[in-house]
Design a protein. Structure first.
Length: 153
């Protein structure tokens, strides 16, 4: 094979490889900038609204809401701090935060804002979000609550 033909073949090989790489990057790259914490919370409200409407459970969700009611701790089995949040959509969700695995949100009062990441379970009242803590076994995505600038997990 001549030197000229070899150089042409090598150039074509690189051009094809560059096109394949560019195509792969275009498919794998995000379509826009990464959402900020507030944007993630807003998209979580949409997910929660859809999950409630479609009676879906077992979804990892992230959102924020206003505390509208504090409930007594659930001391049956693992202890859970419980409170109800109203999301910007108007939907309410019960937060069941395992205080055997994560710290309690001290001083929590109605009217305050709490952000969360956890697992949603449907119920007729709006749903429950639990797994708002780390998983000691490492088998479940770790959740969290954010309150007054502090993350609880």
């Amino acid at each position: 094979m001549g030197m000229r033909r070899r150089a042409l073949l090598l150039s074509l090989t690189f051009a094809v490889a560059a096109l394949v790489l560019a195509g792969a990057l275009a498919v794998l790259a995000p379509s826009g900038p990464a959402p900020s914490a507030g944007e993630g919370a807003r998209s979580g409200v949409v997910t929660l609204r859809e999950a409630y409407r479609e009676h879906r459970s077992g979804l990892q969700v992230e959102a924020r809401g206003e505390v509208i009611r504090l409930l007594p701790d659930d001391d049956d089995g693992s202890r859970h701090q419980r409170f109800i949040l109203r999301l910007s959509s108007g939907q309410t969700v019960l937060i069941a935060h395992n205080i055997d695995l994560a710290p309690r949100l001290e001083g929590l009062r109605p009217g305050e804002t709490v952000a969360f990441f956890g697992e949603y379970e449907w119920n007729p009242e709006g749903g429950v979000v639990h797994w708002t803590h780390h998983d000691p076994g490492g088998d479940h995505p770790g959740g969290w609550l954010e309150y007054q600038g502090r993350r609880y997990h």
